[in-house]
Ligand binder design. Structure first.
Ligand SMILES: [Zn+2]
Length: 368
């Protein structure tokens, strides 16, 4: 893992001016030359969060201190599941065991394929639209949790940047990246609504299952636009509020269609969570509106699955049938018309591909 060249790449997330590396005793930290903000380096990871970035900051730091005690002794998978370090933390309410089991089964089935699978899907879609495949330059994982996508990304891209709002997640990602010996990945902890990154840095930004967890989704789209290179592509995967399928956070069918009060009762019963704080699902309409309000304007497209898909990373009957239908003569086109047009507003999730146009081009036409 390479954390060099940090200083040339990072800027103050607050005022966007240059950061200087300073030393305080044994520890390095980043100081802003304009606004005086300073950012610590914890366990080799620069932490660019601002004081109001993360409500759960105290608990996160407590977890980090427990986590680094187990860091050397255990492998990624054990740390990822949380057992050795979570035991020493104050309990965070009841866990739905059945739900956890389903979750881990799903993750284990796919976790090494995640990065490859998403790039494959995007490139298939670009091919459908007669567009060139994603540039193999610099990519950014915006809100990447435990870093599972970095495996596929580090092979495809020359360089990968990775961040998450939870420092605990970034430490687990660090373990993953070290175990897999990924040499071209740079990690840091930050708020993706206020990135510590220069303008025009990335060829590709990946933001998967994050938009529903941020305070202001408009800010993350604006920051993506700013940090994306011209002609770069920004991908948002947004779990759909009005999915007819099972909602991934609460395992509730038809999540958005239930009246809010009934939804709360069902969620409490099934997921045993007290409230829906921290997860606000958005609809297709909301997603499109947010992108249109940003500088991307109309340079985007939204789809569910590209019809030229030949494989899926998750196993299971529904996925097999989907691939089979897509690849059937005539039926493939009809099926595509239904899932990507007629019923797209009730599909499980939406993928938006946004493109940052060159300034000489008009910004008001769809190019994807
Ligand atoms: Zn500053």
């Amino acid at each position: 893992m390479e954390n060099g060249n940090l200083i040339e790449n990072f800027i103050c997330p607050h005022c966007k001016d240059i950061l200087l590396v300073r030393k305080e005793g044994q520890d390095d930290f980043y100081g802003c030359r304009s606004c005086g903000a300073s950012f610590p380096v914890f366990f080799g990871i620069p932490d660019f969060r601002l004081s109001d970035s993360y409500e759960d900051y105290e608990y996160d730091m407590l977890s980090c201190r427990e986590l680094i005690k187990s860091y050397k002794q255990y492998d990624f998978k054990t740390l990822w599941k949380g057992y050795p370090w979570k035991n020493n933390l104050p309990s965070r309410g009841k866990v739905n065991i059945k739900f956890e089991k389903i979750y881990w089964k799903m993750e284990e089935e796919t976790f090494l394929k995640h990065g490859y699978a998403i790039l494959y899907k995007i490139n298939r879609y670009l091919e459908l639209k007669n567009k060139p495949a994603l540039t193999r330059g610099v990519s950014f994982e915006a809100g990447g949790a435990y870093g599972l996508y970095t495996l596929g990304f580090s092979q495809y891209f020359k360089r990968v940047f990775f961040t998450d709002l939870s420092l605990r997640n970034v430490i687990i990602a660090k373990k993953f990246i070290e175990e897999k010996k990924l040499e071209n990945v740079t990690i840091f902890c930050s708020d993706i609504e206020r990135l510590p990154v220069r303008d025009n840095m990335f060829d590709f930004i990946h933001c998967n299952g994050v938009i529903e967890h941020v305070r202001n989704p408009q800010n993350i789209i604006n920051e993506a636009y700013r940090t994306l290179k011209k002609d770069g592509i920004y991908m948002i995967l947004s779990p759909n509020k009005y999915s007819l399928w099972i909602e991934p956070h609460y395992r509730l069918i038809g999540y958005g269609f239930w009246p809010k009060s009934i939804r709360m009762v069902l969620v409490r019963k099934f997921r045993k969570v007290a409230d829906l704080k921290g997860t606000i699902l958005i609809s297709l309409r909301q997603l499109k509106m947010l992108i249109r309000r940003s500088a991307f304007k109309n340079s985007f497209c939204v789809y569910f699955l590209p019809k030229n898909l030949k494989e899926t990373s998750r196993l299971g009957l529904v996925r097999k049938i989907t691939v089979f239908l897509f690849n059937s003569f005539i039926i493939g086109d009809i099926f595509d018309f239904f899932v990507n047009k007629v019923f797209i507003s009730v599909m499980p999730y939406h993928i938006a591909l946004c493109s940052k146009k060159r300034s000489e081009e008009k910004n008001n036409e769809v190019n994807l």
